[in-house]
Design a binder for this molecule. Structure first.
Ligand code: IVH
Length: 675
């Protein structure tokens, strides 16, 4: 049965609307419609098409994902080859490129070449053929002459229109662009793969390539791929522009996505400025780029310049320094941190990566080391992006030598010889030596003196190292016993600097409770937690005596932090150090406390939350209860006034029932806190 004319028109109208909204959402990043309303349009179209299968066309928005996987990739011969680019690695090479062009074009010194510039995306090049506005075929670059047919996968990418917009598009258009996976999508994909113990991708480029090289388009459809078009291969006569930039404007008009960073520049100096600007911007872009591409803007000039081998003379890629390089692991050593954590650090054959020479890379912890299976002698990929500390991304297993050595966690601390402990189910191994361990002592003192802690100006790492090594300083309290002789006796220490340090020590005695707590280096007590603790307890004594339940009434303090705080303050040697610090004159102003005010409606009441809340998060509930003067505790006891049981409450709910504690549900909680 053929469909009535009215249905046919309606189907076409729905398709137009969906295309329009696809374009707004995926190409212009400027949606007008809610997801729900968009879905409704698509559902309506699907329904009509299933009732009238004769109306289905290849370019219908419902046809992005084909029903069946393809059997194999067909080879596609590019009618116009897909070229590669020459690279420039520094300013000189770019200037030489510009000079060569000007010589060839016989321009005199005052004439500047106009360039079109774009970021160089790190993905996979594709060529997409539109005939009469319809996407008919898509191929990978392959060797530049022949690629693979990936039409079924390309059609799943929403940023790529199945039908060009407007009416002035050419009958034939072969566009070239780079398919890529934005970093957020890549991270999400890998996080999920890790959870499911599936294989992760090494980088977004591999993820994009791997996703396009799927036989089953349903798999590709689930991958967050995107595209920017950067070139026109073939185009019907009479439709081409006169500059690259105008060509890109035409693509935009036809609904194809072009880099928003596209710029037209005059002369090589502007190119260098553009490079610097994009290099700066790089980290904030949501996708990976590995440089910028400069193309002679005039297509007449492009034609005059022509090609050498496989690359055009009229374009060049100025590459960023590589963020990843390979090198060899010479050894793995263990560093001991302030809390005694042992961090495996790989000693590497020095390698230039991310703009600096790297000879050490962290392996974070034993789990990480084992997961990556890094062995001494291995060839590894090292990454240093921006200012991030260098890390080992992966091992190149193929290059593993026969005599590679596995890394074992040392049984004794490499610094003090105490036993190394690694609690079951924990990634981190620790030296059990505590402050007996010089490494921990040094790091603890450096932390104590640091700017955001006690802010002791001039007490740098080198000085702390010497003070600890010579035995002058054993604990942070000893810092305040330092004399001019102690300090000026140190290596390369002038009397004046020694005096400055003494002044800084004196000055640091006037502090804030939050800083002091942070400076103590209690495990997992960062600045934010220190601030919460200091706001909650009237004084240090009260905090030092608080049990875990009391500690957990503080916002953001859970069982783990509470137990670290409690343990810390129970240890005699820590109490002695605190006494000594106070005796040395450390003081802070007493501030107004956020402890329950008698006037507040829930003053004196203790709540315990269990199960999942639907209308608000646990943190929201906690902070609202705090505002109203209540305490929120982590465990049910005789002191508990209310247990709030959300969905699937746990053992606390049962305990509350057993103990006869009042249990309320989320609704009742909302009523209590809304007043
Ligand atoms: S133009 C004839 N522009 O880089 C010149 N290429 O090394 C063709 N690429 O295969 C390339 N972003 O995959 C051009 N904005 C951009 C690019 C770009 C990434 C890739 C492309 C090409 C490779 C050449």
């Amino acid at each position: 049965m053929t469909a009535p004319r009215k249905t046919k028109l309606h189907v076409e109208e729905l398709r137009q609307q969906i295309r329009y909204h696809d374009h707004l959402y995926h190409v212009l990043d400027d949606p007008e419609l809610s997801d729900a309303r968009y879905d409704r349009l698509l559902r309506e179209l699907r329904k009509l098409e299933s009732e009238h299968p004769d109306l289905i066309t290849d370019d219908s928005p419902t046809q992005r994902v084909g029903a069946e996987p393809v059997k194999a990739f067909n080879q596609i011969h590019h009618r116009l080859p897909m070229l590669s680019l020459d690279n420039a690695f520094d300013e000189d090479e770019l200037r030489n490129f510009d000079r060569r062009l000007r010589d060839r074009l016989k321009l005199d010194d005052s004439e500047k070449v106009e360039y079109a510039a774009e970021p160089k995306l790190d993905g996979l090049a594709v060529s997409i053929l539109y005939q009469d506005g319809k996407l008919v075929r898509a191929a990978t670059r392959g060797d530049g002459t022949t690629g693979e047919d990936v039409t079924h996968n390309i059609k799943t990418i929403h940023a790529i229109p199945l039908q060009l917009s407007g009416s002035k598009y050419p009958p034939l258009l072969d566009v070239r662009g780079e398919v890529f996976m934005p970093r957020a999508g890549f991270d999400e994909f890998n996080a999920r793969a890790r959870r499911n113990e599936e294989k992760e991708f090494i980088n977004p480029r591999n993820a994009a390539a791997g996703s396009l090289r799927q036989l089953d388009p349903r798999i590709t459809a689930r991958r967050p791929l995107n595209i920017y078009f950067y070139g026109i291969g073939e185009i019907s006569k009479g439709h081409s522009a006169s500059t690259h930039e105008m060509g890109m404007q035409l693509l935009r008009q036809w609904g194809l996505k072009v880099s928003p960073e596209l710029a037209v520049l005059s002369g090589v100096d502007q190119c260098l400025a553009y490079y610097a600007a994009i290099f700066e911007k790089r980290v904030s872009l949501p996708y990976d780029i590995d440089g910028v591409v400069f193309k002679v803007n005039s297509l007449d000039y492009q034609e005059m310049l022509g090609f050498v081998a496989r690359a055009p003379r009229w374009a060049i890629a100025q590459k960023f320094p590589a963020e990843e390089e390979t090198t060899i692991v010479k050894d793995v050593e263990f560093q001991v941190g302030r809390t005694g954590a042992l961090t495996p650090v790989a000693r590497l054959d020095p390698v230039f990566v991310g703009g600096v020479t790297v000879s050490n890379a962290t392996l974070h912890n034993m789990d990480e080391l084992q997961r990556k299976d890094v062995r001494i002698g291995d060839t590894v990929v090292v990454r240093r992006a921006g200012d991030v500390i260098p890390e080992i991304v992966s091992v190149i297993k193929k290059k593993r030598p026969g005599k590679s050595r596995k890394v074992r966690l040392p049984a004794k601390c490499p610094v003090c010889g105490s036993d190394v402990e690694r609690p079951e189910n924990e990634a981190v191994a620790r030296c059990s030596g505590g402050l007996f361990c010089p490494a921990q002592r040094k790091e603890a003192i450096k932390h104590f003196a640091s700017r955001r802690a006690m802010n002791i100006d001039g007490m740098g790492d080198k000085i702390v190292d010497q003070l600890v090594e010579t035995g002058v300083v054993e604990t942070v309290a000893d810092l305040y016993k330092l004399t001019l002789e102690n300090l000026s006796g140190l290596d390369r220490m002038a009397e004046k600097s020694a005096g400055n340090i003494l002044n800084a020590l004196e000055k640091s005695k006037q502090t804030k409770l939050a800083r002091f707590l942070f400076a103590l280096g209690i495990r997992e007590v960062g600045e934010a937690t220190a601030l919460s603790l200091s706001a909650y307890f009237t004084d240090l004594d009260e905090l030092m005596e608080a049990d875990e339940e009391a500690l957990m009434t503080v916002q953001d303090v859970g069982t783990v932090v509470a137990s670290h705080v409690r343990t810390f303050f129970q240890q005699t040697h820590n109490k002695e150090i605190i006494d000594a610090l106070l005796a040395a004159g450390i003081r802070w102003p007493v501030e107004r406390k956020a402890t329950p005010d008698d006037q507040l409606p829930l003053a004196g009441k203790t709540f315990v939350l269990t199960g999942t809340l639907n209308k608000l998060t646990r943190d929201q509930a906690k902070s609202r209860l705090h505002e109203l003067g209540a305490k929120v505790s982590g465990s049910v006891s005789r002191k508990t006034d209310f247990v709030v049981a959300g969905e699937n409450p746990g053992s606390k709910h049962k305990k509350a029932l057993d103990m006869g504690v009042f249990v309320i549900d989320e609704e009742a909680l909302l009523q209590l806190i809304s007043k």
